[in-house]
Design a protein around this ligand. Structure first.
Ligand code: PLP
Length: 420
């Protein structure tokens, strides 16, 4: 039987050829035959504290035994959700007295953030502010708004007509200004961006770009939504990634690293000013939105235990401390004949992009590099034009070295006779 439909996968090719992972420990994952692989992309950019953390498992188990789940609708709350919101609010780059809306992952966090942004302007009487601007190469999850603002062309294809939103070239500040002018800044509710794009190819912003976008948004009253689903929880060396740019956003989405994947959880940090229409006058306004598992106590208990690990082991700065070692590991690949570009050196993530010639002459080349790296004992993530790495923050120098070596093995395994 072949029944499991894998996300983002060519099922006709994958069916009955699955790579079944069985267990994991630290930065290593083991298959059913017991062979170990370095978890080069922290599963899907989330296993930031590594695998097999008994303290997170035990916190979740204890909460599950006490109160496994209960909704946070109306006035109902639970202690882990209250505590997690307070701890995140204390870390929030959205300013003092920020509010935290919880959900189950990154996609619902994005849809929540866009709905809050649009509803904020409706509440303020600026009814024309409904447009959302995002960036080419941006990825914002699989839900409705996330799909309509995605900047990866392949993800926009095949659905018929999508709600048209406006994407701008990824690193071009003048382009943002032009789109603002074309749409009319008074009609834009929010600008959504990842500080460093992840799934769209690990594009690191040039100096001044993020600061420039923030300034443009401020000048035109457009809300700045930072998607920190990948960049948060140490990936760039700070809690939400955006702190590295000295910019104060209005909303921040998070997921993945908040529990390091031990249980599904995500949410939105909302500045006090943006939350104000809902938080001030009883009876005035209700935000008619919220997933069933908002504030799920067991997921929040896992989140609290994960924050404890980050703090106790001082892991958050690692994403910056290790960026030079990652760059040193990947840099030699720049000379490989099949490589067009290596992007790394900012945060503990990087990408190796294949040349146009390789991409056109080898069908599904990124997945073939991935397979070759796996054969050499390294798990990486395939991108449209190459592969990405984003290992757990706990990796050793030796493990970082294996990232470059494993990708080289994947490149060398490509079915090409000679350098193209
Ligand atoms: N935003 C970004 C930047 C992401 O990378 C992702 C997932 O990879 C999402 C949103 C969606 O998160 P989830 O898959 O948890 O719904």
């Amino acid at each position: 039987m072949a029944s499991l439909w894998h996300p983002f996968s060519d099922m006709a090719a994958v069916r009955e050829h699955e790579f079944v992972v069985d267990r994991a420990e630290g930065a290593w994952v083991y298959d059913e035959a017991g062979r170990g692989y370095l978890d080069g992309c922290a599963s899907l950019w989330y296993a930031n504290v590594g695998h097999g953390r008994t303290e997170i498992v035990e916190a979740a188990m204890a909460q599950m035994a006490k109160l496994e789940a209960y909704s946070c609708f109306a006035d109902i709350a639970n202690r882990p959700a209250l505590e997690l919101a307070d701890r995140l609010a204390a870390l929030a780059p959205t300013g003092a007295d920020s509010k935290i809306f919880l959900g189950s992952g990154g996609a619902d966090a994005i849809d929540t953030a866009v709905k809050i942004s649009r509803a904020y302007w409706q509440a303020r009487g600026e009814h024309q502010r409904v447009h959302v601007v995002s960036r080419e190469t941006g990825y914002h999850g699989t839900h409705g708004y996330g799909t309509s603002i995605v900047g990866i062309p392949a993800n926009r294809e095949g659905w018929g007509v999508l709600a048209g939103e406006n994407t701008v070239a990824p690193q071009d500040l003048d382009g943002v200004e032009k789109v603002f002018a074309d749409v009319g800044p008074e009609r834009i509710a929010a600008f959504v961006m990842e500080p460093v794009t992840g799934a769209g190819g690990v594009h690191i912003p040039p100096p001044g770009y993020v600061e420039g976008v923030a300034e443009l948004c401020r000048r035109h009253g457009v809300l700045l939504v930072i998607d920190a689903v990948i960049c948060g929880f140490g990936r760039l060396g700070t809690w939400f990634g955006i702190e590295r740019f000295g910019v104060q956003p209005d909303l921040v989405t998070f997921a993945k690293g908040v529990t390091a994947g031990y249980l599904p959880l995500g949410g939105v940090l909302v500045s006090a000013a943006v939350a104000e229409p809902w938080w001030t006058t009883p009876g005035e306004r209700t935000f008619r939105h919220g997933p069933t598992y908002s504030g799920h106590p067991t997921c929040c208990a896992a989140g609290l235990a994960t924050l404890d690990v980050y703090e106790r082991e001082n892991l958050i700065p690692k994403g910056q401390e290790l960026e030079t070692a990652l760059e040193a590991s990947l840099a030699p690949l720049r000379d490989h004949p099949y490589v067009a570009e290596v992007r790394s050196g900012f945060g503990l993530l990087g990408a190796v992009e294949l040349t146009a010639e390789v991409l056109s002459s080898v069908p599904d080349a990124p997945n073939k590099v991935l397979a070759g790296a796996r054969a050499a004992g390294l798990l990486v993530r395939g991108l449209g034009k190459g592969v990405a790495v984003s290992p757990p923050l706990t990796v050793t120098d030796e493990e970082i070295r294996l990232l470059g070596e494993g990708i080289r093995a994947g490149l060398d395994a490509l079915p090409l006779e000679s350098p193209v």
